[in-house]
Design a protein around this ligand. Structure first.
Ligand code: ATP
Length: 303
């Protein structure tokens, strides 16, 4: 469990975090979203004790990171996939991190296989692509078999297959009861991977919710097609829904959810040929939310 409480961080005159609070719970993949400069990396760095907050606190399983006895075994983090020694092999990179933590060479070999780098374990990291470095960074984060995993932009540089791999791996980690927090500035990536989402803008919380709730919150209407459209429209209106005819055929229904529409039609033996909930895409919703945060700041919030 990660518990961020009223976190504020100033870098000189820059207010990077402004009273940010949220939680990431075990058994879930939580996406941590915000546009560039929103404060995601700063938050992750405060959580793992690399940056000191100006005020507020970030707790990991109820304690500050600095107070954890064996941090590698409790919290695994990928903060900068580029931060590797180019002359080292992938194996040596992990072996250096493992030194002094009672992590054996078989664990390193297994992990490298697990992240798809088994065949290049003894090649120098300098020749690795960004995607390979991301995989190595994820292996490093998992080295101590931690219950909490924090990854900053883990799918950056990965192709569609790589993103699917991250989604499956994170889903497995969460199903094992771990807390998984992944940052990204791209909603479409997180929509595939995360089941919960924390959205920030300008260092402030914009939304903390499930992906499903977020999508549902912005549902616009339901498109209904039926060969007995006129009858169905009258029944829906009678049940209190608003119904409009679509230019391309079909009915646009608001004020009744798809299940209610389907049930009413069934009760009157009216066949339904299409029932499609429509809304803004998650990407539209996200851009709209974060734009509003930017506007708010431009309107004079302290910086
Ligand atoms: N070490 C630092 N010194 C000064 N300013 C900083 C420092 N680190 C971050 N900032 C500033 O704090 C704000 C938040 O940056 P941060 O890197 O946390 O955002 P982010 O959401 O991770 O963005 P990105 O997606 O671009 O990495 C930005 O205005 C950034 O310029």
């Amino acid at each position: 469990m990660i518990d961020v409480r009223e976190l504020t961080k100033r870098y000189g005159s820059t207010l990077a975090l402004d009273g940010l609070s949220f939680q990431a719970r075990p058994g879930r993949v939580t996406g941590f979203l915000g546009p560039n400069g929103a404060g995601k990396s700063t938050t992750l760095r405060v959580i793992v004790g690399l940056h000191r907050p100006t005020s507020g606190v970030a707790l990991v399983n109820g304690r500050r990171y600095a107070d954890i006895g064996r941090p590698l075994h409790e919290v695994g983090a990928l903060l900068d996939a580029g931060a590797v020694h180019p002359g080292r092999t992938a194996y040596d990179q992990l072996a250096c991190l493992a030194r002094g933590h009672r992590i054996g060479s078989s664990r390193i070999t297994t992990l490298l296989e697990h992240v798809g780098l088994g065949a290049v374990a003894h090649q120098r990291v300098g020749g690795f692509s960004l995607g390979m470095r991301q995989r190595l960074g994820i292996a490093a984060a998992l080295l101590g078999d931690p219950g909490i995993v924090l990854l900053d932009e883990p799918v950056n540089g990965l192709d569609a297959e790589g993103i699917r791999w991250v989604r499956d791996l994170m889903g497995t980690l969460a199903s094992q009861g771990r807390t998984v927090l992944l940052s990204s500035h791209v909603m479409s990536e997180m929509a595939l991977i995360a089941d919960h989402v924390v959205i920030i803008g300008r260092g402030r919380l914009i939304a903390e919710t499930s992906m499903e709730e977020l999508a549902g919150r912005f549902r616009r209407d339901t498109l209904v097609r039926s060969p007995r459209q006129g009858e169905l429209a009258a029944i829906l209106r009678g049940a209190g829904a608003s119904v409009a005819c679509e230019p391309q055929g079909g009915l646009a229904v608001t004020g009744a959810d798809p299940a209610t529409i389907g049930d009413l039609a069934a009760r009157h033996h009216i066949p339904i040929h299409e029932l499609t909930p429509r809304g803004a895409t998650l990407e539209d919703v996200y851009l709209d939310m974060t734009d509003q945060a930017a506007d708010h700041r431009a309107g004079g919030a302290s910086r």
